[in-house]
Design a protein around this ligand. Structure first.
Ligand code: LAN
Length: 679
């Protein structure tokens, strides 16, 4: 539906805009509400990265866990749907073919019983060999293939279990690494140090001869330790690390006494069991889950209780969709999506609508149920009491912005929209206490923990395909989420740690301001890309009372966004923005980027409503009769290079943007001095 063109500074018919945007928001939320599950959250196809599913299938193969036949069919169908023209696969769904993805998927296909002459396998093999074969796998791929007896452990750089025996005050101790990295190197240190390798069966022997450009017995694996294929490499292993690897290898191979290895194995075993217990055998994410499963089999045997529990928890990662079956990046996006859905509905003024209230009441109950109510007896884990995780309570890891968005949503429901106080004030205060512990020295907030190590640790990053994975960093998105949650909390609880809260807000705002780029935008670490982060940053400025009229930074941000607005009124960012760290246009405008950009302008109080209205018109024009929006490009990212889908973003951010227009934005610009804007 196209709206009539508007004239004049504020256009001719704000009422018409107001009505049609309001209706579109209502229709959008009505559709989304129907997708809600009885527990109050939303299911989500959280696919995108290509190194997750193979790990789970390898773990099943290595632990003699049969893959149910319908899973096989659906996984193969998924791979067929997403193969590139050249027969290979990329690091993520939309990426160019890499050895990492093509090598792992090829082996996975073969283990699932696909014949090597099947066109899908034959083309993938051709692509893999044209990229140089499996010796070009990055370290994580080499680890998997070594477990499968398809590569030699000598060709994988050292991951000594001994690291976990070191005192934690050491500046490079694993407890100082980013938790996602730490939990991968915990089980892999066990696998590497104990050279865990499957017995060579007929199928594996065949695959050995299919994935290299030379016969297996002639490959010099050691020579390939420090290098991944050029198609895959985003950062090469540092000279310092190569040197350290050789010292560590000497230690592990010639000097380390057996008793020390046994002791370190025991320590790593304890830490692994602790992670399993604390996450109900889900583990933090599918990468460490798969490695843990293999370790459980080597440590406790194929019929152990531990392995049985792991097997039971495999399905939490599997997602069956129209394209087939894959693994999600986590066990879902439950809390995150639910929190934004609540905010979108409240922003759109739907909290008084009886149908929407039912949806919100269920969402509220889910948020109540998912709050983390107690800390863990684990010195490596960030205190979490009162916080929220990204997915479910059983995952159990607090994330700064998930806790913040959860807190904001509960404050909106309970304190502003008359929902019953399911969550006590004491529990809300706990959340704030936990958030305050997460602030970094630079004023910003990281993802799961506060930063514990130096940036110099990045020189020790052995993963060639990801950037910035060694430590927690402060992120603009997380910092803004926490800042705005604290600011909202402060209005309802002015007496709780007032000066701590004030100082935290001020420092976080300082961090966000300092991260503005010379072009006026902010770089987004968790979604694509500048529109996402700038949407957050504008909220940080708004929370401090800084708007277009009063802040140079805000004006520069608006100028950046306006410069990127396309002729059709929308914004469209390609995922290369994240990789290249500069704004790269998508071929077409994207509903999700458009929603973020107009939200940014609205939070900024941009005084001329025309660009906002043009963006919203594009969003309305793309809305289907059902009220939904269709899937466009992939939305999310992590570690700069790997994209990941957030398919619910297209369903609630447009609602938020459409709803914000008349509730938040028009009153704001109406109230501005003069209310006029000279273009
Ligand atoms: C996620 C998903 C959610 C995401 C947000 C909450 C959106 C973000 O604001 C903070 C970081 C967080 C929690 C996040 C961190 C990294 C994750 C867990 C992922 C992108 C999902 C998958 C990814 C994980 C790292 C995948 C495994 C790969 C490794 C390099 C270890």
């Amino acid at each position: 539906m196209a709206l009539p063109r508007r004239r004049g500074k504020r256009g001719v018919s704000p009422d018409l805009c107001r009505a049609s945007f309001g209706q579109a928001a209502r229709d959008g939320f009505d559709f989304f509400g129907r997708l809600q599950l009885p527990e109050g959250h939303w299911a989500c196809d959280y696919g995108g990265p290509s190194f997750l599913l193979p790990g789970l299938v390898f773990a099943m193969y290595l632990t003699h866990t049969p893959v149910p036949p319908p899973w096989r069919v659906e996984m193969v169908r998924y791979l067929a749907r997403w193969a590139n023209e050249d027969g290979g696969w990329g690091l993520h769904l939309e990426g160019h073919s890499t050895v990492f993805a093509t090598g792992l998927y090829y082996v996975m296909l073969r283990l699932l019983g696909v014949d090597k002459e099947h066109p899908l396998a034959a083309r993938a093999r051709e692509c893999l060999l044209s990229l140089g074969g499996a010796t070009g796998l990055p370290q994580w791929g080499k680890i998997w293939l070594s477990c499968l007896n398809l590569y030699e452990w000598d060709g994988v750089n050292c991951i000594p279990v001994d690291l976990w025996l070191l005192p934690s005050w050491l500046p490079f101790h694993p407890s100082r690494w980013w938790v996602q990295c730490r939990v991968v190197y915990l089980p892999t240190s066990y696998l590497w140090s104990n050279r865990c390798t499957a017995p060579l069966d007929d199928l594996l022997a065949e695959i050995r001869e299919e994935i290299y450009t030379a016969p297996y017995s002639t490959v010099n694996f050691r020579r390939h330790r420090n290098k991944a294929a050029p198609s895959d490499t985003i950062r090469s292993v540092s000279g310092l690390l190569v040197f350290l690897f050789s010292i560590m290898a000497f230690w592990c191979n010639y000097l380390r006494p057996r008793w020390l290895l046994r002791m370190a194995n025991r320590r790593v075993g304890e830490l692994m069991r602790r992670e399993e217990r604390n996450t109900d055998y889900n583990c933090l994410a599918p990468v460490n889950k798969a490695f843990h499963m293999v370790c459980a089999m080597y440590e406790d045997g194929p019929d152990s209780e531990r392995l049985r529990k792991h097997r039971e928890r495999l399905a939490v990662y599997m997602w069956l969709g129209p394209d087939g079956m894959t693994s999600g990046g986590t066990n879902g996006v439950q809390v995150w999506d639910t929190a934004f859905a609540v905010q979108a509905a409240v922003e759109a003024g739907l909290a008084t609508d009886s149908a929407a209230r039912e949806v919100l009441a269920r969402a509220h109950r889910f948020l109540d149920m998912s709050q983390l109510r107690e800390d863990l007896d684990d010195p490596f884990r960030q205190p979490r009491k009162g916080g929220w995780p990204f997915s479910t309570k059983s995952n159990g890891y607090v994330v700064s912005d998930c806790a913040a968005e959860g807190l904001k949503s509960v404050l909106m429901l309970q304190k502003e929209c008359g929902f019953p106080p399911l969550i006590s004030d004491a529990r809300l205060r706990d959340c704030v206490d936990t958030l305050l512990l997460m602030q970094n020295g630079d004023g910003g907030f990281g993802s799961y923990e506060h930063t514990r190590g130096s940036r110099l640790l990045e020189y020790l990053n052995p993963a060639e395909v990801f950037d910035d994975i060694m430590i927690e960093y402060s992120y603009v998105e997380c910092s803004t989420a926490v800042l705005t949650a604290l600011a909202r909390f402060r209005t309802h609880f002015p007496g709780h740690r007032a000066s701590d809260v004030d100082v935290a807000i001020r420092r976080a705002a300082g961090f966000v301001a300092a991260r503005q780029r010379p072009d006026g935008a902010w770089y987004g670490s968790w979604a694509i890309c500048f529109t996402y982060a700038t949407f957050f940053a504008m909220q940080a400025f708004e929370a401090r009372g800084l708007q277009h009229g009063s802040s140079d930074e805000v004006r520069r941000a608006c100028a950046f966004l306006l410069e990127k607005q396309r002729d059709d009124g929308g914004w469209g960012e390609h995922y290369s923005s994240c990789v290249e760290k500069r704004y790269v246009e998508h071929e077409t405008s994207q509903v999700v980027n458009t929603a973020w950009a107009v939200l940014a302008l609205m939070h900024a109080g941009y005084p001329d409503p025309k660009p906002v209205e043009r963006g919203l018109e594009l969003i309305v024009g793309r809305q289907q009769a059902s009220g939904e929006w269709l899937q466009e490009g992939i939305e999310g990212v992590f570690n700069r290079t790997c994209m990941i889908g957030y398919p619910n973003y297209k369903l609630y951010f447009p609602v938020m943007a459409l709803g914000a227009y008349s509730r938040m934005y028009l009153p704001k610009i109406d109230g501005m001095a003069g209310g006029s804007f000279e273009a």
